[in-house]
Design a protein around this ligand. Sequence first.
Ligand code: SF4
Length: 285
Amino acid sequence: MHKCSLCPLSCNAEREKAVGACGVGDKIKIAKYYLHPFEEPVISGVSGSGTIFFCGCSLKCCFCQNYELSRNLRGKEITSYELADIFKFLEDEGANNVNLVSPTQYSDKIIQALKIYKPKIPVCYNTHGYEKVELIDLLNDFVDIYLPDFKYVSPDRSLRYSGVANYFEYAFPAIEKMIKSKPCVIGDDGLLKQGVIVRHLILPQNLDETRKVLSALKSIIGDAYLSLMSQYTPFGELKYPELKRKITLREYNAAVSFARAEGFEKVFLQNFSSQSTEFIPSWDY
Ligand code: SF4
């Protein structure tokens, strides 16, 4: 019986018999796949990113906008063969890449699927950043682009909002590994073929944390992009009062100033008007 230790929680669940701390067992479960237009321009391009949303998650972010799939596990079970078939379908539909969203808890099965069919378009691993370096080593033969979040530095903040005190302890070396493994390659069409985009979501009343994240990231950024995200929108039952509002224009401008002061050169800035639930897909798979 296989005991799972894919993610830093290392909960040792025997997933053939029971679900792990990420909420899922040994079957792949996905919520949706489609051509997604709202990633960074070098990912979505004109025709869209071939995005596959996976159910379950090893983090428990209290502000998660995808809780229908991360927590409520709304979706459909598929095999590795069916997942490989979806890769091919998205490629044939004209996707610029295959974009695996919240993939960590299925990474072994995703590797199986990529051994069955490796698309000719880039494969993106779109993660919360809470990863083991050993897993990134394994994924490097199959993944072309990493899209990690870099959420927190402080243990108290990651514990309060995402349920783990050791987020930075794992995310920082994992992101550093991603950046060292995948130098940036832009194609003739202006789209990213290989590389890393590190995303940071600005949270209300948390500019001190944003400043720490940007400072830490600058020390490892190499030729990777920073994507500074302003889209935070309060969603569902939030127990922390500071999270019950969108970020202010002052907070957004301050975060942009931090990035400028740190000297980041390759930066995507999200339009301040992106704070809307309109950008959350409907989970209709
Ligand atoms: S991926 Fe899920 S089952 Fe595996 S160690 Fe992490 S939480 Fe546990």
